[in-house]
Write a protein that binds this ligand. Structure first.
Ligand SMILES: CC(=O)N[C@H]1[C@@H](OP(=O)(O)OP(=O)(O)OC[C@H]2O[C@@H](n3ccc(=O)[nH]c3=O)[C@H](O)[C@@H]2O)O[C@H](CO)[C@@H](O)[C@@H]1O[C@H](C)C(=O)N[C@@H](C)C(=O)N[C@H](CCC(=O)O)C(=O)O
Ligand SMILES: Nc1ncnc2c1ncn2[C@@H]1O[C@H](COP(=O)(O)OP(=O)(O)OP(=O)(O)O)[C@@H](O)[C@H]1O
Ligand SMILES: N[C@H](CCC[C@H](N)C(=O)O)C(=O)O
Length: 540
């Protein structure tokens, strides 16, 4: 479990003030003998939605969840120091049952939708002056692919400009130089508001964060108005959660409203971006590599160089990262900084200075006669296509791709990922990603089902990710080839049936390359392309 820091100084917030701030909220006092006296004068000094993270003086937000109602943990939260509870009617009843075991008065703030109230409550507790406090600007990046990359580009640019920065996203959370493990792409509202308060306390001037669609739907970023928000693209992912692409789009679009941001940058290379730019209720600037009438055009000049053209200006830039899509990510990052008050040329130079994005198009050192070896986080059909297209243009020989799909996530994308891999690479090894609570063999077969009969000879299915990577490396013949391991990027563990086992694609790739060196005999004995016959066994 990841524990985020809390601000050092928090002014106690009277529950009555909190209730006045929240819509349709009432304060009920629960005692051992049933409904008790009117609400008391208690104040809170913190808030969390997890009973295991409660500290003295906290408001415990007992939220209804898909698995359990958080009010089941009220007794545990009170024992840990919670002085009040925020919940709904069902939670109130559960809190009453828990309160029956104690003779203490427990104030309960009752609202129709406690998840929706949590962001606002947390902002009120941790950042009472956030509205007027212009010292820290916050930038939010959303989109199916490119959030992490673009957030790193923005953050790197800000650092190059000498700003003290904060970063919140999939790979890590950073407050100045302090690095904290991230639990999710976008933290829960109580953690997020606490983090922003800590950043402000420590002199952070600009915070850049990834905003996932889950976060938008689950109110994690409520209580925050981004100075600039950016949209990179929308393509299939997360339909297990959103159900349809329309709902997925609406989740993303909700960021581009005055409740959530002041202005935006929107990539209009897909139809969703065009629609978003038309429907956004905040001012947006548009950018595109394919659509001719965007405010800003990205024109590929080859060799990672491109022009950013708009408003009568032309900037000549070199994308610091490979792939056409990274020219767009770079342009978006520069425009975010520009809307955030930096001169565009200065912003673009800063963004291109020295970005390091862990696990995205990351080269793994290889020996002179080794293939180029790359680890990338592509885990959607679109990203697989984009990543392979980027590497294809840098590969004179064969492009060998390792691909898999995560369990307990959008199952519909699996065959599409298989198809994208077969279309974009010469040879493909389908193997395990994070199986989570699913049967890894069934996931592999679902990915393989997307490979057409004509391509099967170029595809093999290997159980066990380490074996899959080794098999891919064994398929390469020399430095003219490229081997790319897709899907897990920076991840340092593999989740199998609720347990996370240490696993890092970069280490596995290095190991496989080192073994490739040992003897040619060994290489001769290594796995060969054998169609879609399932091979390997043991751990995913
Ligand atoms: C779909 C989703 O996002 N679910 C999140 C949600 O779960 P839930 O509402 O079903 O919660 P639950 O497990 O029923 O528990 C109910 C409540 O009881 C509380 N509880 C539970 C047990 C306990 O001992 N004590 C306690 O207080 C929980 O904190 C929760 O508030 O609230 C939980 C508590 O914060 C989250 O852990 C959980 O994230 C799950 C684990 C998750 O995997 N989320 C992923 C899909 C996600 O959010 N991904 C996006 C990135 C997507 C992208 O790639 O773009 C992200 O932003 O990370
Ligand atoms: N603008 C883009 N368009 C298409 N594909 C992209 C783009 N940017 C990055 N990618 C591809 O998508 C992969 C994931 O990129 P990145 O981690 O930046 O996205 P993300 O939105 O943060 O993903 P997640 O939310 O799942 O962490 C990259 O490794 C790359 O293969
Ligand atoms: N944020 C994404 C990451 C997916 C990474 C991939 N390795 C997988 O497990 O599917 C998700 O949670 O869906």
């Amino acid at each position: 479990m990841v524990t985020f820091p809390r601000p050092e100084s928090v002014l106690p917030v009277p529950l009555r003030d909190l209730v006045a701030d929240l819509e349709e909220a009432s304060l009920v006092a629960v005692t051992a003998s049933g409904p008790g006296p009117e609400a008391d004068d208690r104040s809170v000094t913190g808030v969390t939605l997890d009973s295991r993270q409660v500290r003295d003086g906290d408001l415990y937000a007992a939220l209804p969840g898909a698995n359990v109602h958080g009010a089941r943990f009220v007794a545990q939260a009170v024992a840990a120091g919670a002085v009040a509870v925020l919940t709904d009617r069902v939670g109130l009843e559960l809190a009453r049952q828990a309160g029956g075991a104690s003779d203490q008065v427990l104030p309960v703030v009752v609202v129709p939708d406690p998840r929706a109230a949590l962001g606002r409550a947390a902002a009120r507790i941790y950042r009472p002056s956030a509205g007027q406090d212009a010292s820290m600007a916050v930038f939010g990046i959303t989109g199916t692919n490119g959030k992490t990359t673009t957030a790193y580009l923005v953050d790197g640019g800000l650092q190059a400009l000498g700003r003290t920065t904060g970063l919140i996203g999939t790979v890590e959370t950073r407050i100045g130089d302090e690095r904290i493990k991230s639990a999710r792409t976008t933290p829960e509202a109580s953690d997020l508001q606490a983090l922003l308060a800590v950043m402000a306390e420590r002199g952070v001037q600009r915070c850049t964060m990834e905003v996932s669609s889950h976060a938008l739907v689950m109110h994690r970023v409520d209580g925050l108005v981004y100075d600039v928000a950016a949209f990179t693209n929308l393509s299939q992912d997360h339909l297990d959660f959103h159900g349809t692409m329309e709902d997925y789009f609406l989740a993303k679009a909700s960021l581009f409203t005055p409740e959530r941001c002041r202005q935006g940058v929107v990539v209009v290379d897909d139809a969703w971006g065009v629609r978003l730019a038309a429907e956004a209720t905040v001012p947006v600037v548009t950018v595109a590599a394919r659509l001719p009438d965007a405010d800003w055009q990205v024109r590929d000049l080859g060799d990672q160089r491109f022009e950013l053209v708009g408003q009568g200006r032309t900037l000549q830039l070199r994308s610091p990262l490979p792939g056409d899509f990274n020219q767009l990510n770079t342009a978006v990052a520069a425009l975010v900084l520009h809307l955030g008050g930096v001169d565009l040329e200065e912003a673009a130079r800063a963004v291109c200075a020295d970005p390091r994005v862990p696990g995205r198009m990351e080269r793994v050192d290889a020996g002179g006669d080794d293939p180029m070896a790359v680890v990338d986080f592509a885990h959607t059909p679109d990203a697989v296509e984009a990543a392979l297209a980027a590497l294809r243009s840098q590969t004179a020989g064969r492009l060998v791709a390792v691909v898999g799909a995560g369990g307990s996530r959008d199952a519909g994308k699996r065959p599409l990922m298989g198809a994208a891999a077969a279309a974009g690479a010469d040879l493909v090894v389908i193997t395990d990603d994070n199986p989570r609570d699913e049967d890894p063999a069934a996931i592999r077969q679902a990915v393989a089902a997307g490979v057409g009969a004509q391509d099967r000879e170029r595809v093999q299915v290997v159980a066990g990710r380490a074996d899959g990577i080794a098999a891919a490396v064994a398929l390469t013949t020399g430095p003219q080839d490229t081997v790319v391991v897709l899907g897990k990027g920076h991840e340092q563990g593999q989740e199998v049936a609720g347990e996370i086992h240490p696993f890092d694609d970069r280490d596995e790739l290095r190991r496989a390359l080192a073994r490739r060196h040992t003897t040619n005999d060994e290489r001769a004995g290594a796995p060969q392309v054998d169609g879609q016959t399932e091979r390997g066994e043991g751990r995913p």
